[in-house]
Design a protein around this ligand. Structure first.
Ligand SMILES: Nc1ncnc2c1ncn2[C@@H]1O[C@H](COP(=O)(O)OP(=O)(O)O)[C@@H](O)[C@H]1O
Ligand SMILES: [Mg+2]
Length: 348
């Protein structure tokens, strides 16, 4: 291999599997009194990458634009500005026809498997369809693969003959994961896959996803409204507030030294072993978060979007939008005029 070929091979080896660059997602709402269509910016200028076999955890409260990002990657929401590049391909440039390879490579697991699984089909039928959508399989082979795919997610032949309503929430989510894996994807968008499950089932499903990642090398965009849920899952974290990234960076860094007051608020809800510290932290979270709702993306506050709820907000924050900038020496980025990374212990 000559130098040039080696350089090219190196650069593709290093290139992230998914690059989201300055993504803006706008929805057109009905025409108001003026007759002009109203635009809602659900996602504004969001950038991140996901490497092969890696997980990016995306957190933020309801309405912050998490699903819109996932949907834009899946081509289910408009890419109004910016780019989504998957494996070197510009997703917006596909036009009307999505290449079959993209449909195989990028899969999704939603929060509510009951609404995404056909209620009138047995699990075996659903998995069989997913397995044969992109490949020719004989009956024997198909049945063997159905058994294998159930086995891989911790279910058995017994579950194959059941209907979705006969399974528990956790079992249904396992089926949804098996279905997503049927096309041997390289990226799965997991949109709050455990939010509807009780805590012990949550950790089982998270452990399953981690195991599958180890075995198969699949990448995840893992969406949750709870930072704690993504903590053990993610290599990188993005904290979304009103459609924008407030903070992003290596998971450890963001957890140990959250720089943005919003990230600190989210982390303040994390349970601590020490009841006194926990009480102080809960009080802090209530003080920060309870009196004001997430503002409407139709009328984002001027300046920093978080300023109406932020204890540190001053005139600068009320007038000038902070840029997402690297924090000194940490490798994380934060969009705050007053960033000082605060160790979690001291944040209580
Ligand atoms: N299809 C749509 N049309 C208009 N507005 C939408 C649509 N989907 C989502 N929104 C709005 O976009 C914002 C972000 O929504 P979403 O991406 O679902 O956030 P999240 O997943 O974080 O709860 C919300 O204000 C929501 O009401
Ligand atoms: Mg959502």
């Amino acid at each position: 291999m000559n130098d040039k070929a080696r350089a090219a091979a190196d650069s593709t080896a290093d290139a992230p599997l998914l690059t989201v660059e300055n993504l803006t997602v706008r929805y057109q709402l009905g025409r108001g009194m003026t007759g002009k269509p109203k635009l809602l910016s659900a996602v504004r200028d969001v950038s991140f990458t996901i490497g092969a076999g890696k997980t990016l955890g995306l957190v933020g409260e309801s309405g912050s634009g998490k699903s819109s990002i996932g949907r834009a990657i899946l081509r289910l929401a408009p890419i109004s500005e910016g780019r989504v590049v998957f494996d070197g391909q510009d997703v917006a440039a596909f036009g009307r026809r999505t290449p079959p390879s993209f449909n195989r490579d990028v899969q999704v697991v939603f929060q509510d498997p009951l609404s995404s699984l056909n209620p009138r089909q047995t699990i075996a039928t659903t998995l069989g369809q997913a397995l044969t959508r992109h490949r020719e399989l004989g009956t024997a082979e198909r049945n063997r693969e159905i058994t294998d795919s159930l086995d891989r997610v911790g279910l058995s032949g017994y579950h194959a003959q059941r209907y979705p309503h006969e399974l528990s929430g956790g079992q249904r989510q396992r089926v949804a994961i098996a279905r997503a894996l049927a096309t041997r994807p390289r990226l799965i968008v997991c949109d709050e896959p455990v939010s509807a499950l009780d805590v012990s089932t949550q950790s089982q499903v998270i452990n399953l996803l981690k195991e599958l990642q180890r075995d198969l090398g699949v990448s995840y965009l893992f969406i949750a409204h709870d930072l704690e849920v993504v903590r053990h899952m993610s290599d990188e974290i993005g904290v979304l507030y009103l459609g924008q990234l407030a903070e992003s960076g290596p998971a450890d860094q963001v957890y140990r030294h959250p720089a943005h007051p919003y990230t600190q608020t989210l982390l303040a809800s994390t349970l601590l072993a020490d009841p006194a510290r926990q009480a102080a932290r809960s009080a802090r979270r209530r003080a920060l978060a309870s009196d004001t709702e997430l503002p409407s993306p139709l009328a984002p506050p001027p300046g920093c979007a978080f300023n109406p709820r932020c204890p540190r907000a001053d005139d600068l924050c009320r007038t000038e939008q902070p840029a997402l900038l690297p924090l000194a020496s940490t490798g994380a980025l934060a969009a705050c005029h007053h960033t000082e990374p605060t160790p979690v212990a001291a944040a209580s």
